[in-house]
Design a protein around this ligand. Structure first.
Ligand SMILES: [Zn+2]
Length: 303
């Protein structure tokens, strides 16, 4: 019954109309049955079939199935949200706002862009567990179209986007990953990244860059000796960086600094669920249920 659609025809059968989408939201929201957010009562009347709203049988409080979700307040049909989430979750390389705009036949590009931004925002689980065990950590710079970038040696980062990456090593392969935008390669920035994404007691494998010398709460295993190429000692984090760069070029035709973290979050979301593509859709919409609705101003970076 909880089978997730694996093809577009299956999706159509599973979510044929607004009522089916609303029912799905209802079940996700109250898996153990309705519970009134105001008085805790467990019986409610159903009002409306499409934008399903429940009315508490005791205190008459009305609760929409979309309240408190990223879908709330949207004028788009639930089915449009579901289809967009399904496409984003199952498309091997992800889908850009422009592609979604065309595929869903949406009225404007801006609508598609907001939809994608809101779903992407739901890709970060605030409750997610930090990486643990043996973790490769490194940093890289992503070039973007900048004018007058001065050519400087070493780890200068003028005109580039700086990214820190961490990859769990499970046996012979990668486990989960994290990617984050960083301001610079200082011990402060790299230490903050490690502290935020890696559990205390883990072992960090790095290329020996001085920025990693004073890590707290983790063991540090610097690997590079002399001129040994970093990709030989940190194979997985380098592969992740390479894939992320290729993906950004392919799907987004390059990166814009302003939304870089959102792009990275999507890449991480896909990578960490690469073996469970069918569950990614449910995860995406399910996760979004626990988030506060995002306003346009939050998404475009205005406060
Ligand atoms: Zn009530």
């Amino acid at each position: 019954m909880a089978e997730q659609p694996r093809s577009l025809p299956e999706f159509e059968a599973r979510f044929p109309d607004e009522a089916a989408c609303a029912r799905w939201l209802l079940e996700k929201r109250w898996p153990d049955g309705f519970r009134c957010p105001a008085c805790g009562h467990d019986r409610a009347w159903e009002l409306g079939r499409e934008r399903l709203t429940l009315q508490c049988a005791a205190c008459e409080r009305q609760v929409s199935v979309t309240a408190g979700t990223v879908l709330h307040g949207s004028h788009l049909p639930l089915r449009t949200w579901f289809l967009a989430a399904w496409l984003m979750a199952t498309h091997a390389n992800g889908i850009s706002a422009r592609q979604l705009w065309r595929q869903l036949g949406l009225g404007s590009y801006k609508t598609a862009w907001l939809l994608v931004r809101k779903l992407r925002r739901a890709m970060v689980d605030p409750e997610r567990e930090p990486l643990a065990g043996l973790v490769e950590v490194d940093e890289t710079s992503l070039p973007f179209r900048a004018r007058g970038e001065p050519a400087r040696p070493g780890r200068s980062h003028e005109g580039k986007l700086l990214v820190a990456g961490a990859v769990e090593i499970r046996g012979k392969g990668p486990g989960r990953i994290r990617l984050a935008v960083i301001d610079d390669y200082s011990a402060l920035a790299l230490g903050a990244f490690v502290a935020a994404v890696i559990a205390a007691g883990s072992t960090v494998v790095s290329d020996g860059w001085p920025g990693y010398r004073r890590l707290k709460d983790v063991k540090h295993d610097p690997k590079v000796v002399g001129d040994a190429p970093a990709h030989l000692v940190l194979p997985w984090v380098h592969r992740v960086f390479a894939n992320a760069k290729r993906w950004a070029l392919g799907v987004y035709h390059g990166l814009r600094p302003k939304h870089l973290q959102a792009y990275l979050d999507e890449f991480v979301f896909r990578f960490n669920r690469r073996r469970t593509p069918a569950a990614a859709f449910e995860r995406l919409l399910g996760l979004s249920l626990s988030l506060e609705p995002a306003t346009y101003n939050i998404l475009v970076g205005r406060s």
